[in-house]
Design a binder for this molecule. Structure first.
Ligand code: ATP
Length: 125
């Protein structure tokens, strides 16, 4: 399975994204949130550094959401029954998604605070 050409590995990654979109409500919600953030960037037109920071944090949110789903999927496959240790592991991965989501909200607020006034003056002038 190793050493496959780039286009094949890319198709595997895209298939993973598609599977997450079809199966996971959380992933669809996060992806739509990222889309809304993209619209916000187009409206606010912040400095390029904000585009980079927002793109990075959005990518981390989606990546952690994918890892969360993947880890849950493997656990459920290997151990379908309830187990207190599985609860701890799943809760920790969910905590990772929560942590980066809070950071994303903080970054969004900081961006709006810094760029909102100049965007507003562009609109009213
Ligand atoms: N096998 C299990 N044993 C014990 N507790 C579990 C088990 N599976 C899930 N839980 C508990 O239920 C919570 C939700 O787990 P579940 O697998 O349903 O994730 P989910 O709600 O689908 O999450 P996501 O929205 O991220 O996909 C876990 O965080 C954990 O607290």
């Amino acid at each position: 399975m190793k050493g496959r050409p780039f286009h094949e590995r890319l198709s595997f990654a895209l298939a993973g994204l598609k599977a997450a979109w079809v199966r996971e409500v959380s992933f669809r919600t996060q992806t739509m949130f990222v889309g809304a953030v993209g619209i916000g960037l187009l409206i606010l037109k912040p400095a390029p550094i904000w585009w980079a920071v927002v793109a990075l944090v959005c990518a981390i949110v989606l990546a952690l959401e994918l890892l969360n789903s993947a880890i849950e999927g493997v656990i459920d496959l290997l151990h379908p029954g309830l187990h207190p240790e599985i609860k701890v592991v799943k809760d920790m991965v969910a905590g990772a998604v929560l942590a980066i989501s809070l950071a994303a909200v903080a970054i969004a607020v900081a961006m709006v605070v810094e760029t909102g006034p100049s965007a507003w003056s562009r609109w009213v002038s």
